[in-house]
Every structure is written in structure tokens, then in C-alpha cells.
Design a binder for this molecule. Structure first.
Ligand code: DX5
Ligand code: ZN
Length: 221
């Protein structure tokens, strides 16, 4: 199967949000990646539950809610998600990542466990039965427009092998951070399935969403 695209909604020009959502639908965009930051787990604030609700009312495209917040298991109820939506929580943000993953599934969502660049993949071992996808950060979470941490490419390859060897080939790998047209080719070759598209691809200045999306699709065949 071809790679899937999840544009990072924090990179949208909010004054043009409805038109951008329409364009995404026409382009058969697979997911909308919504970055939620709490100024504590990461040093920034971005989008919140109300914005997610507005998105759910405005478009049928499934959400991919990326929770960069501490103790997400206490806050899941604040967010609108259901069948077909992904919700990711960070391993580093809670003492109870498995509890949080289970709670996402109980609500009908697809559970995704996110790892910061410095967190080793071995921590996944006991969580495999409770996760539908793995989010590998390829930059430190918090901001758009950062440079790829090159060794995360090897980490994608190692994670794919780790999952396959443990009978978890069904677990998809999403990559987030500096997914440029060039880096996406390497990430795809390393085994990534879902590509968070931000300022270095779909929202790259100087070309249309349509043009940029076509380039990214080409890179992740
Ligand atoms: C944070 C965000 C960013 C960003 C990705 O989790 O998802 O990583 O928008 O896009 P780039 O790195 O291309 O700006
Ligand atoms: Zn993200």
C-alpha cells in the first residue's frame, strides 16, 4: 500500500481553513494531524479540544490527534474522537502509557504510541497489544520547521524490524518532523507508512497545496 499523508493543521493559514479543508478532501488526504501542546510536556501552545471539535464538524477526514501533553489519560475526555480517528500519546508524558492507549480504544479510537527521538524502541515491548500505530518523532516535538535528526532514519528501520519480529506487522509507523520531499523518500524506504506533512512539504512556500501534495505522494509510493 502507498504511504498516507497527514497534513499538520498547525501549519494551515487559519484565515483560509475552510478552503484548505475542501482542498484536502479533493486531494484524498488520509488524516488531519492535529498538534496539541500544553506548554509543559513541550515548550509551546498550539491547538486544543474546541478546535478539534470544529474540525470534526467541518470535514469528514479522520483526525490524527497528537497529544503532546502530560498525563494524557486524565484528559482524553476533553477531546472529540471516535471510529476511524487516531489519537497518539507520548510514552514520556505519563507513568501509565498502556492505560492511556486502552482508554483510546475503549472510546473507539485507534491508539498510537509516540516516542521522542531519544526514547529507545525497546520501551514498546509490553505495549504492543494495546497499540494500533507507532509515531516516531524525527525532530524534538514542539515546533514546526526544525531539521531532521538524521539517526531517526535508522530508528524507523529498527522499529519496523522490531514490530515485524514480534508478530506486530499490522502496527503502522507514522513519522513526524521535517518530512521534506527528500527525507520522505528515505523515511519510506526505512518503513514509514503515514507521513506528517508540515512546512517542509505540503505547506512549503512558493507552490500550491495541490503541487506539493503531488510531490509528496510521488515520494512515498
Ligand atoms: C509537531 C508538528 C511538527 C510540524 C511538522 O509535532 O507535527 O513536527 O508541523 O512539519 P515540519 O517539520 O515540516 O514543519
Ligand atoms: Zn505532531
Amino acid at each position: 500500500m502507498n504511504g498516507k499523508i497527514a497534513p499538520s493543521v498547525m501549519c494551515v493559514d487559519f484565515m483560509n481553513l475552510p478552503a484548505t479543508l475542501d482542498a484536502f478532501q479533493k486531494l484524498s488526504i488520509e488524516y488531519l494531524h492535529v498538534d496539541i501542546m500544553d506548554g509543559c510536556f513541550v515548550p509551546n501552545y498550539t491547538l486544543g479540544p474546541d478546535f478539534c471539535r470544529a474540525l470534526k464538524d467541518a470535514t469528514p477526514i479522520p483526525l490524527d490527534i497528537h497529544l503532546m501533553i502530560t498525563e494524557p489519560e486524565r484528559k482524553l475526555d476533553w477531546f472529540p474522537f471516535g471510529q476511524g480517528d487516531y489519537v497518539s500519546i507520548h510514552y514520556e508524558a505519563t507513568a501509565h502509557p498502556i492505560r492511556a492507549l486502552q482508554a483510546i480504544r475503549r472510546r473507539g479510537g485507534k491508539s498510537m504510541l509516540a516516542l521522542n527521538p531519544a526514547t529507545p524502541i525497546q520501551v514498546l515491548e509490553t505495549a504492543l497489544d494495546d497499540m494500533d500505530a507507532l509515531l516516531l518523532m524525527t525532530v524534538n516535538p514542539g515546533y514546526a520547521g526544525q531539521a531532521l535528526i538524521p539517526r531517526t532514519l535508522d530508528k524507523i528501520r529498527a522499529a519496523r524490524k522490531f514490530l515485524d519480529e514480534r508478530g506486530a506487522s499490522h502496527i503502522e509507523i507514522e513519522v513526524d518532523g521535517n518530512v521534506s520531499f527528500e527525507n520522505a523518500v528515505k523515511m519510506r524506504a526505512a518503513g514509514a507508512d503515514i507521513f506528517v506533512a508540515g512546512s517542509s512539504s505540503v505547506f512549503k512556500k512558493g507552490a500550491s497545496l495541490e503541487h506539493n501534495t503531488a510531490l509528496l505522494r510521488q515520494a512515498i509510493l
